[in-house]
Design a protein around this ligand. Structure first.
Ligand code: ADP
Ligand code: MG
Length: 622
């Protein structure tokens, strides 16, 4: 066995560099944070070849005193803390005193700095950790740091660098985080001498969000804010109609620092439960401000993870802030039509899902609404009562049994659920018998407010989802036992998974039993799903369980997902002709649902056009 020896400082620095500086983007982050700590108001970032050739950061901050230049690149030397107690009152981004030393160990670093009281600047060079003494130089106030040939002396590390585009993408991400958290900074980012971002100081993070994520997304953001026990939470979250496949557009900042936190991510997901399509992620830009003694930032070398003193409290605050906001907003999509009629429509490409108009948040009528209004107007102009297509024809050639039934769920079933009396609603239908189904897909309704267009599938799906869920939670799902159990053949893994989740499925009203190799027996099913193609549904359930495989979702998430799927299957489809009674039943049910404005996938179920807007559109007002 070898004997123990203390490592030479340069090796210690290289090890530290491995932790903190994994790629050029980490160096950029450290340098940006240093400039902010130095109270810079303008920072320019120059990159060449994805950062592997050059990273140059020029700031107009306080600069470094000439006597401190060498200390700046010495490990565990910092101007930001002095005693252990300071660790629990961190007000700067840096405090470990190792970034510059680590970077200097693995690159050619040149540091130039001038403080306000110096007649000229000083320059210092470090090559692979070897320092040459500071010399005088001409330079403006502030600090310039140049890093060339990162990892030049650690070929293994350099080999791990990805393409220029990838590395620059990572740098852009770091730059974006700083730019959002510090809108008042003037920031410039250049790549290979081309300006990529030129950001003058802005008042609010929202301005920066527009630059980075586009107007279309920022138009769909909802402002949130709350303060509780000295903790302020504010920012913007996406309307459910904008969602993403990953968490990439969830930004969380703690006292100006970008962080990742599982507890808070979870709170966010929870807040959107039932509002987003399964597997979709909300968009969020949230800022947390809390006293420094409530959080330990010294738990992660790059400080992107922190430890909160009371994480549960933050969880609750985030969840309730968002939920309260969502409840206060009528998430029903509302057509807002500009005072002057919209210009003829450009292209009817907008999905109704984009039509959300948070009129109470941003006052001026925004282009997305105008486009949508034009689109909707066009659709409305094309109204003609549809002839039931091909029905007689289908009967003639003996296909009657195969043609889709008018509605797979008969009206008495749609109407079956509860005896509550409908609560009074602002948009009470005046006379349901005058509701009109168009394109076998939408129901148009005269209401006391104006008119409403309802997506029949989305609404029915939402109703069924709520009904299912209420029953499942009450443990009162009605099951239909099959006289002849149905054997269903599956992939080995799927049948195993189904049996493994037999109890969960039982809660949903399904009975599954083992039946020899790779086959399960379906012994009962929920009454509400009587019209659904059962083997297919069971296969879909199995698939869903499998796709969840390794992620091991909570039981509640799983149940929720399966509920979504079942309601989608059981709901009337787009393209299904409904009888007047069925339309009536659907509309009556509408009032029994807490959130009838969105289907469980988060799409709107209804659009409203007010009487006043109609009048204005047709020039009936002043
Ligand atoms: P830390 O930021 O953790 O203190 P660094 O290695 O990043 O450690 O920096 C070391 C010291 O160099 C800082 O404490 C600071 O005093 C000084 N420094 C670094 N960058 C700048 C800058 N851009 N402007 C002024 N001072 C700087
Ligand atoms: Mg630092």
């Amino acid at each position: 066995m070898s004997r123990i020896q203390a490592l030479p400082p340069s090796l210690v620095n290289q090890i530290a560099a491995g932790e903190v500086i994994e790629r050029p983007a980490n160096a950029v982050k450290e340098l940006l944070e240093n400039s902010i700590d130095a109270l810079a108001t303008r920072i320019e970032v120059d990159i060449a070849a994805g950062g592997s050739e050059l990273i140059r950061i020029v700031d107009d901050g306080e600069g470094i005193h000439p006597d401190d230049l060498v200390l700046a690149v010495t490990s565990h030397a910092t101007s930001k803390i002095a005693a252990a107690a300071d660790l629990f009152d961190i007000r700067s981004f840096g405090f470990r005193g190792e970034a510059l030393a680590s970077i200097a160990e693995v690159s050619r670093l040149r540091l130039r700095s001038r403080t306000a009281d110096q007649p000229h600047g000083w320059e210092l060079e470090v090559t692979h950790g070897r320092l040459s003494p500071p010399v005088e130089c001409g330079c403006p106030y502030g600090t310039t740091i140049e890093i060339r040939n990162l990892f030049e002396n650690i070929p293994v590390r350099r080999k791990f660098l990805k393409s220029v585009a990838t590395e620059f993408g990572q740098i852009t991400e770091q730059f974006t985080r700083v730019a959002i958290a510090h809108p008042r900074l003037h920031l410039v980012l250049k790549h290979n001498d081309r300006v990529v971002y030129q950001l003058p100081p802005a008042d609010r993070p929202l301005d920066r969000l527009q630059t980075f994520f586009g107007q279309e997304l920022t138009d769909q953001l909802i402002a949130v804010e709350s303060a509780h026990a000295g903790i302020r939470l504010w920012g913007y979250v996406g309307h459910p109609s904008v969602s993403k496949a990953t968490r990439k557009q969830q930004y969380l900042f703690l006292n100006g620092r970008w962080i990742q936190d599982r507890t808070l991510q979870h709170a966010l997901t929870e807040a959107y439960r039932g509002l987003l399509m399964v597997g979709r992620q909300p968009v969020a830009f949230l800022f947390l401000e809390l006293p420094t003694d409530q959080v330990d930032v010294n738990v992660h070398p790059t400080k992107t993870e922190v430890r909160f003193r009371d994480a549960q409290q933050l969880y609750r605050q985030l969840l309730s802030t968002l939920r309260t906001k969502f409840l206060s907003l009528d998430l029903q999509s509302r057509l807002t039509i500009p005072a002057t009629p919209a210009t003829p429509l450009m292209a009817p490409t907008l999905q109704p899902a984009l039509a959300f108009a948070p009129a109470r948040i941003t006052e001026p009528v925004r282009p997305v609404e105008q486009d949508f209004a034009a689109w909707a107007k066009d659709r409305l102009a094309q109204w003609t009562p549809d002839q039931p297509p091909q029905l007689e024809h289908a009967a003639d050639i003996g296909l009657e049994d195969e043609k889709p039934a008018p509605a797979e769920v008969p009206p008495n079933e749609i109407a079956a659920a509860t005896e509550n009396t409908p609560p009074p609603s602002a948009a009470e239908p005046l006379d349901a018998s005058r509701a009109l189904q168009i394109h076998d897909c939408y129901i148009v309704l005269e209401t006391s407010e104006g008119m409403t267009v309802i997506d029949q599938h989305a609404l029915h799906e939402r109703i069924l989802y709520e009904q299912f869920r209420a029953r499942v939670l009450a443990g009162a799902v009605e099951s239909q036992r099959l006289l002849m159990p149905v054997p269903i053949e599956l992939a080995a893994k799927e049948s195993a998974l189904l049996l493994e989740h037999a109890e969960l499925l039982n809660q949903l009203g399904f009975g599954v039993e083992e039946f020899g190799k790779d086959t399960v027996l379906l012994t009962k099913h929920p009454v509400l799903l009587r019209r659904v193609e059962l083997p297919e549904l069971v296969r879909d359930l199995a698939e869903r369980l499998e796709s969840n495989g390794t992620a091991s979702p909570t039981r509640r998430d799983l149940l929720d997902e399966l509920l979504h799927m079942m309601s989608c299957k059981a709901a009337v489809k787009a393209g299904q002709r409904l009888s007047p009674e069925e339309i009536d039943a659907l509309l009556q049910q509408r009032h029994l649902i807490d959130d009838a404005h969105h289907c469980p996938h988060g799409r709107p179920t209804a659009l409203t056009l007010s009487r006043a807007e109609l009048d204005r559109q047709f020039g009936r007002l002043g």
